[in-house]
Design a protein around this ligand. Structure first.
Ligand SMILES: *[C@@H]1O[C@H](CO)[C@@H](O)[C@H](O)[C@H]1NC(C)=O
Ligand SMILES: *[C@@H]1O[C@H](CO)[C@@H](O)[C@H](O)[C@H]1NC(C)=O
Length: 508
């Protein structure tokens, strides 16, 4: 025991050292710490093109940025001076109370101008250096809604682009009946008037803007929050409802983090009699590197629509519109390069659809009410897919836990697909690995795996054994694997059992 323990300890030491060496090497190549002035931009470009090559495609290419976190600010930060503050009549700490601007917290009269004025003062207030190049660091002013309920007739926008480190929090904002259709209550859009921007050298509009503790009611006029070409936007503990387009739209940019948030077109708790009419999308991610964590989408035609890579989903509960009524929980429309993880989520009568999935991971999720995963072929490519350790529960209607939609085109490039270790209750288990056995007396044994194997007519790897009583030693051979049927033959008739394991992924 002691020797064993010591050996293992040595092993782990060695392993630990190996790991740190590997990590060290990786960091070294990716993030060279010491860069001489001359090749600085070159190095950054290499870093960025490396990242882009991993995660972007032409249609939704991540906007190239020109700086990285270890750079020094491009310009000396203007020190906040007390005079503009006193001119604005605002003192530290910079909390902009919207009622001081005349906003009506009872929600009966229009507060658009007051809210815009408070936002403008915060966004145009003193700044303290820069975040990303061209993004002024506002230093964290807060626009405080003071627990009020405000009616607005125009989207809330920041008056200048190129600012960051600001928060709007603590109240309800409702779109009026005259709110422009298809607009967003909060709109982080680019500005046509680029003259407002501090510097045009950055390609991002905003960085580190936080929306927290807000109820946004779109009043069926449009959407909740739109985040356009921005960086590190945080949407936390919000309740977004009555949208017709998207609850949240993220377009371009990266690292919008949506967490602890509830989204629903209609306020319902399931079993709504109008569920089949639900429309709109809870969260529409048209960009890379975003995360949705601990979020509930309780009403919408599509829970989350994804058209960018490297997005991550965890703790998402979708009961937006049952797939039986034509709804989808999470739709991954990134054929050919998906790069999406969905973990620890709850698909509640809503399915996951992935088109030509390439690098796609689903694990530790619970699928209820015949919800399943549909792998939809566009160009027949599926590569690097792991669907493991999930639970599925259905109503004994024979719905497959993972289903192929090959109506456009059969999958013909199938590599590294692993569907395994899932369990199903009242649904049909499907997998890419399977075990089977057969007893017989004769010269031929056929074990049919069509019932469980995901892909038709695909067995890349077989292992089998033959067990026969008595003292005979028959010759035996694997004769055929076509049509997902494994045929074993012996050279003479014997009573025997054959045990077979098959695998549809690459033989490893
Ligand atoms: C197997 O088949 C042979 C010939 O058909 C027969 O003699 C033998 O008893 C069978 N063995 C068993 C275990 O059924
Ligand atoms: C394997 O089985 C298929 C039918 O399942 C048959 O068409 C094919 O000819 C068989 N191949 C061989 C080598 O026996």
């Amino acid at each position: 025991m002691t020797t064993m323990a010591r050996t293992c300890f040595t092993c782990s030491l060695l392993l630990g050292m190996a790991c740190s060496i590997v990590i060290g090497a990786y960091e070294e190549s990716l993030y060279p710490r010491k860069i001489s002035r001359g090749n600085y931009h070159e190095a950054i470009q290499r870093l960025q093109s490396f990242k882009a090559s991993l995660t972007t495609r032409d249609s939704i290419a991540s906007a190239p940025s020109s700086l990285s976190p270890f750079s020094s600010p491009p310009a000396p930060a203007p020190a906040p001076s007390p005079s503009p503050l006193s001119l604005q009549g605002v003192n530290y700490p910079r909390v902009y109370h919207v009622t001081s601007y005349g906003a009506d917290p009872t929600g009966s009269s229009d507060s658009t101008e007051a809210l815009l004025a408070a936002i403008a003062d915060a966004a145009k207030g003193p700044s303290e250096g820069y975040l990303m190049q061209g993004i002024k660091n506002l230093g964290g002013p807060q626009i405080n809604l003071e627990g009020g309920n405000y009616l607005i007739s125009q989207p809330l926008r920041l008056p200048v682009a190129g600012v960051g480190n600001l928060m709007i929090h603590g109240g309800t904002i409702r779109a009026s009946d005259g709110f422009p259709a298809d607009s967003y209550i909060i709109d982080l859009s680019p500005f046509s008037n680029e003259g407002n921007r501090e510097s045009s050298s950055t390609s991002y509009n905003f960085e580190y803007i936080t929306f927290k503790d807000l109820l946004l009611d779109s009043n069926f006029r449009g959407g909740g929050i739109s985040v356009i070409n921005s960086l590190r936007i945080s949407i936390d503990n919000c309740y977004i409802t009555h949208f017709t387009t998207n609850g949240i739209l993220v377009q371009g940019g990266h690292e919008t983090y949506i967490r602890n948030t509830f989204l629903g077109q209609h306020i319902t708790a399931g079993g709504d009699k109008n569920e089949k009419d639900f429309s709109g999308t809870g969260i529409n991610l048209q960009g890379n590197d975003n995360a949705v964590t601990d979020v509930v989408i309780y009403s919408a035609a599509i829970g989350i629509m994804v058209t960018g890579q490297a997005n991550a989903f965890s703790g998402v509960h979708c009961y937006n519109k049952a797939t039986g009524f034509g709804g989808t929980g999470i739709y991954l429309k990134v054929p050919g390069l998906t790069q999406t993880k969905i973990v620890n989520s709850y698909m509640d009568f809503t399915n996951i659809v992935a088109e030509d999935p390439v690098q796609f991971h689903v694990s530790s999720c619970f699928f209820l009410g015949d919800a399943n995963i549909v792998l939809k072929s566009k160009n027949g490519v599926i590569n690097g897919v792991d669907i493991v350790d999930n639970m599925f529960s259905g109503s004994d209607d024979g719905v497959e836990i993972v289903e192929l939609d090959q109506s456009n085109n059969p999958f013909h490039q199938i590599e590294q697909v692993i569907v395994d270790r899932n369990n199903a209750r009242g649904m049909k288990l499907k997998a890419t690995v399977a075990k089977g056995s057969m007893q017989g007396n004769g010269t031929s044994w056929t074990v049919d795996f069509n019932n469980v194997l995901l892909f038709p007519n695909l067995i890349k790897h077989v292992q089998y054994s033959v067990s026969t009583p008595g003292s005979t030693f028959p010759n035996h051979i694997l004769r055929n694997v076509s049509e997902n049927r494994v045929v074993i033959e012996t050279n003479k008739a014997v009573p025997a059992s054959v045990f077979v394991s098959v695998d549809q992924s690459e033989a490893s």
